[in-house]
Design a protein. Structure first.
Length: 187
């Protein structure tokens, strides 16, 4: 009822704007909407698209860098494993070479010891022969002097003296093995 009273009096409703205000407001809204739709929204969408592309490019770049880092890490680990294998191989070769060198040195030492022993035997034999010759000469001289005293005749003849000396030494050598065998039987 109050609305009817107000409408009847010809006065306009204060809650409802006038028709020309509605038309001009609608017209301004449509113009602003068209301007925003035509100019602002494409620029805004373009900015958002560029930002989206940059973000996507950054993500792709990060993924590519991550993939490169992963491949570099795998390559590094492969090289490290190859290096360790190479070091192990070199260590094994060095041990083999060391063992071979040691074996060669032992063989050389054995050969050198045998050579020295053979040389010592030769030297001992030569010294023994020299001692025998010296001993024969001394024993021969002593035997000749002794025989000369016993016999009472001079044995200065070299041929006869050499024969006596050789016979005496032969008798000594023959009696020496017999005495050693008797001594070994007594033991």
């Amino acid at each position: 009822m109050t609305l009817d009273i107000i409408a009847a009096e010809g006065e306009s409703n204060p809650l409802l704007p006038a028709t020309y205000d509605i038309v001009w407001s609608a017209l301004c809204l449509i113009v602003v909407f068209v301007v925003v739709w035509k100019f602002v929204l494409p620029a805004f969408n373009k900015t958002l698209d560029e930002r989206s592309e940059r973000i996507q490019g950054g993500i792709e770049k990060a993924e590519r860098i991550q993939a490169e880092a992963d491949s570099a890490l795998a390559e590094y680990q492969k090289q490290l494993a190859d290096g360790r294998a190479e070091a192990a191989r070199l260590r094994a070769e060095a041990q083999e070479e060391g063992a071979q060198i040691i074996a060669e040195m032992k063989q050389q030492a054995t050969e050198e010891a045998e050579r020295i022993a053979a040389q010592a035997k030769v030297q001992i034999e030569a010294e023994r022969q020299a001692a025998m010759v010296s001993l024969r000469a001394e024993v021969g001289g002593l035997a000749t002097d002794l025989a000369s005293r016993i016999v009472g005749e001079s044995l200065s003849d070299d041929g006869r003296a050499a024969g006596v000396v050789d016979r005496f030494i032969a008798d000594l050598e023959a009696s020496a093995p017999a005495q050693t065998s008797v001594a070994s039987k007594e033991v």
